[in-house]
Design a protein. Structure first.
Length: 184
DNA sequence: CGGGTTTGACCTGCGC
DNA sequence: GCGCAGGTCAAACCCG
């Protein structure tokens, strides 16, 4: 081996001078003791880093499906350790792998809603989550609060957004142009 | 043995 | 230029 650490790959990337193609990105918050919630897709962890100002590490996952470049970051809120923040980057170019057997999907199904709405069946709520991945403009479910980077929230969701914002949970996830985003 | 995780090294970007 | 923080790689390791 002449090159350590795939240096060649890095050189190639630089050659292509790809300036961050701005993958669609959205995040949702989940109240759960489990860091990595089952969401129906298969993920491979490729890194973990300590986060500044937070006692909790951030984990990096990639979709294991071939040709699917979706990534996600999972980190626990330092302000409320019961809240897990999951950030998706990119969109799946495939459907969910066969529904996980047994109770695999029960983690996320059983996680209590951040804002306690029980008016929608759990399965429907999770379905909405996945919908958001395929339809980027779909930006809200009742179980998780999701905010797509490039899509403003409809007015009736602004209040919930404000709640999260007041808790300082969204500052890093939203573009500065996002309606209602506070100055840092 | 294959697939996933851990972990330290290394790269990039950014602010000073 | 330097240092820091975030992101990624890949060898070693673990486990079914």
């Amino acid at each position: 081996m002449n090159l350590t650490y795939g240096l060649e790959d890095f050189r190639n990337k630089v050659k292509k001078k790809e300036k961050k193609p701005k993958e669609p990105r959205f995040a949702f918050l989940t109240k759960s003791e489990i860091d990595h919630l089952e969401d129906g897709y298969r993920w491979r962890k490729y890194g973990q880093k300590a986060v500044k100002n937070s006692p909790y590490p951030r984990s990096y996952y990639r979709c294991t499906s071939q040709k699917c470049i979706v990534k996600k970051r999972v980190e626990r809120s330092y302000q409320d350790p019961s809240i897990v923040m999951t950030t998706y980057e990119g969109q799946h170019n495939h459907h969910c792998p066969a529904t996980l057997r047994g109770n695999a999907a029960s983690n996320i199904f059983s996680s209590p809603s951040l804002f306690g709405s029980n008016s929608i069946p759990l399965e429907q709520r999770i379905h909405q989550d996945f919908l958001a991945q395929f339809l980027p403009s779909y930006s809200q479910s009742n179980n998780h609060q999701m905010f797509h980077q490039n899509v403003p929230l409809p007015p009736h969701q602004q209040q919930q957004f404000q709640l999260l914002q007041d808790n300082g949970l969204l500052q890093d996830l939203l573009p500065s142009s996002f309606p209602g985003k506070q100055e840092q």
